[in-house]
Design a protein around this ligand. Structure first.
Ligand SMILES: [Zn+2]
Length: 100
């Protein structure tokens, strides 16, 4: 291992010290740490980014974009019967269990 860090041919001719391993290396080799951006660390000391710091996963869109109301199962095709069924009124000719 050489005594001096060779910085020739690099963009910055400077030497810096890694904040984790305290090894002297070229300034260009240091980068801010993912979890602690205030630290300038070398590539071997860079932590994996904490997945809890990532944005939350987007939920799936499970609802229909253009829903249509259900058609009644009584077989009647008139819109009045479905309206009265929604309002809770009894339709003539239709027997409701338990109600006379
Ligand atoms: Zn280091």
């Amino acid at each position: 291992m050489s005594l001096y860090v060779d910085t020739s041919g690099r963009a910055t001719r400077s030497v810096a010290i890694c904040d984790r391993c305290h090894m002297k290396m070229a300034y260009d080799d240091l980068a801010p740490d993912g979890n602690v951006p205030g630290l300038r660390v070398c590539g071997a000391c860079t932590d994996r980014f904490d997945p809890w710091r990532l944005p939350a996963r987007a939920s799936e869109q499970i609802s229909l974009r253009f829903p249509r109301p259900d058609s009644p199962l009584t077989g009647s095709s008139s819109s009045e019967s479905s309206t009265s069924a929604i309002a809770g009124e009894a339709i003539a000719g239709e027997a409701i269990a338990g109600v006379s």
